[in-house]
Design a protein around this ligand. Structure first.
Ligand code: NAP
Ligand code: F7E
Length: 341
């Protein structure tokens, strides 16, 4: 394979780090944009940095996707054949606290990238990280590429702009741009403020005797949770097709936050029983009667997305992709990784 060069924004995030590893294994030269940080933000990239054969083909650039000039300079210099725009203020709850900033990073920045690519080389292929949050508060049982959107957070409205501006540039300028509508995907590299990693890391701390109680928000929210390492493969596959298109990536199964907690404790043989209602609901250990879970309204959102479940038939048919890791296995992978730490 010759001259495959990828640029990944958000390279040190969960998906960016898995995608960088995948592309390096495929022989790509990979450039990544990272923001300057006073603290170490490269923990997800440690596998790449420590492997000599990878590190030679891996280049990090300081930049920010709200800064058009830095995007321009990096694309001009690195000459990518594929750009994966994964950078985002990716926390839905936080987007209610910094809505204007979120719209700049998660919405307008995709336009910045599209404009720069159109100017430098419109043949560069682009992947845009769209999201199941676009469907928002929906009554539909299964969501696919034809389902209507009803975004209910500053995060999802910003991503809606990114989604549609990508379609506009695809049709208006004949550019190769794909939107990946990915449902929730998790891993040991997930940030600790997202519910799955928060649960697995707290459960391991509790089992290790920290004495803490898991404080949680909406126990009944349901998500279609997949494994991030498998999902990044679809980003690459989308850009290898003859024509650009949009794809839903999901497992087709949903579980509640409550079930995620139960399954995590279950790994250690602890059975959680529930008692009480609303803010007073608690989860306790059936055997010891010790309270292990409490509700904290701090984690409630001004608007909630109660449930999401995808239908990835198109991805299966066109990309030849289907998920392999089920819910139980995902919980196991995340718990084991916490134990290893
Ligand atoms: P993540 O772990 O939160 O990573 C986000 C990355 O974006 C981080 O590397 C972050 O860098 C970077 N970033 C944030 N603001 C930036 C800016 N202004 N300029 C440059 N970089 C910036 O997110 P993820 O889970 O990997 O998700 C990847 C993408 O997919 C995101 O766009 C997310 O919205 C979208 N998505 C995620 C899911 C999911 O379930 N994970 C589902 C659908 C869509 P710092 O370390 O400096 O903060
Ligand atoms: O919340 C509920 C919360 O923050 C999941 C991002 O990657 O996926 C992610 O967004 C559910 C919500 O993910 C807590 O109310 C209960 O219903 O892990 P989350 P998210 O909001 O679904 C989508 C597809 C993206 O695109 C986003 O970038 O869990 N929940 N208690 C809680 N959530 C958090 N964070 N913390 C709690 O204590």
């Amino acid at each position: 394979m010759k001259n495959k060069v990828a640029l990944i924004t958000g390279v040190n995030g969960q998906d960016g780090s898995y995608l960088a590893e995948l592309l390096l294994r495929k022989g790509y030269v990979v450039h990544g944009i990272r923001r300057y940080s006073s603290t170490n933000s490269l923990v997800n990239l440690k596998e790449i940095i420590k492997k000599k054969k990878f590190s030679k083909k891996f280049h990090l650039h300081y930049g920010d996707i709200t800064d058009t000039d830095s995007i321009y300079q990096i694309i001009k210099k690195s000459k990518p054949t594929e750009v994966y725009n994964l950078a985002a203020q990716s926390h839905v709850h936080v987007s209610f606290q910094i809505p204007e900033y979120t719209s700049q990073v998660d919405g307008v920045s995709q336009l910045r990238i599209l404009e720069v690519v159109k100017e430098i080389d419109p043949k560069i292929k682009i992947y845009q990280a769209a999201t199941s949050e676009l469907y928002g508060d929906t009554k539909l049982k299964f969501l696919d590429e034809t389902s209507g959107f009803n975004p209910v957070s500053p995060y999802s409205v910003s991503k809606l702009f990114g989604f549609y501006i990508s379609k506009v540039y695809r049709s208006a300028y004949n550019m190769f741009i794909c939107n990946g509508i990915l449902f929730n995907h998790e891993s040991p590299r997930r940030g600790k403020s997202f519910v799955t990693r928060k649960i697995t890391s707290s459960v391991v701390d509790i089992v290790n005797g920290s004495g803490e109680i898991l404080k949680i928000g909406n126990l009944n929210a349901k998500r279609d949770w997949g494994y991030a390492k498998e999902y990044v493969v679809t980003m690459w596959k989308m850009l290898q097709q003859k024509k650009p298109d949009d794809y839903v990536i999901s497992t087709g199964k949903q579980y509640s936050v409550r079930q995620f907690i139960e399954e995590s404790f279950n790994y250690f043989g602890i059975k959680i029983l529930w008692k009480g209602k609303g803010l007073n609901e608690i989860g306790y250990d059936k055997k010891t009667k010790k309270i292990l879970v409490k509700i904290d309204p701090y984690y409630f959102r001004p608007n909630e997305v109660p449930n999401l479940k995808g239908n990835s038939k198109k991805a299966k048919k066109v990309l030849g992709w289907s998920p392999k890791t089920d819910f139980k296995e995902l919980v196991k992978i995340m718990i084991k990784a916490e134990l290893d730490k």
